[in-house]
Design a protein. Sequence first.
Length: 192
Amino acid sequence: MVTIVLGSTLAPAQTADPALQRVVTQGRGSLAFILGNTACRQRLLGTCINWDRVLLAMEQGQALGYVAFKHHLRGPFALRVQPFVQEFGRIQGWVRFAAFCLSEYREWRYSFLLYGLRVNKPARNRGIGSALVQACCAQAAADGFKDVFLEVPLNNDRARALYLHNGFRLLRKRWVPFPPVRSMHRLAEPAL
Ligand SMILES: CC(C)(COP(=O)(O)OP(=O)(O)OC[C@H]1O[C@@H](n2cnc3c(N)ncnc32)[C@H](O)[C@@H]1OP(=O)(O)O)[C@@H](O)C(=O)NCCC(=O)NCCS
């Protein structure tokens, strides 16, 4: 049976497991030009995860997917320059870190943001993505928020359909074409 748990309720030994960290750092592929490939993202962000901003779908002790969220200036990743400098050297490390900070700060206008969602390939089409979206909206309601926002890449039809089926509506098109995303909104009710 799949259960959804807040990452911060897991034991420190579990959250220190690189396999669990990889589930979360595999997301953010759209920022590969700043954060590199999946292995690089793991090195940059694996030890910087704010587990109180991550809900995990667990089955028999294994994480099958996650949804991450942001509010009160805190998202799933703590902003630390050190791993960037270690990975890319001083100059390129600072440049990439600054670019990552910019992409993070751009999103602070949303009161509660569904920041990232991913289900491991073998576990897809079992309703886990929908369960994570619903759990994230319930978390927003429990944390006192009325609205949940997210940004979906223009070319991700599957994710957009999933969000539409889970009660989100598309907001009006943005003036700026970059990043190529469309904002969506839903009320933070526990379940539809
Ligand atoms: C998008 C993504 C999270 C969907 O995850 P998922 O677990 O496959 O999602 P679900 O199973 O809930 O829904 C997918 C489809 O499975 C089917 N499905 C849902 N529940 C099901 C169930 N209990 N049994 C069988 N099939 C089911 C439905 O057809 C559903 O499609 P619909 O929402 O259009 O009706 C996953 O494809 C993914 O990780 N993609 C890569 C990362 C990504 O694009 N993230 C979004 C960034 S904005």
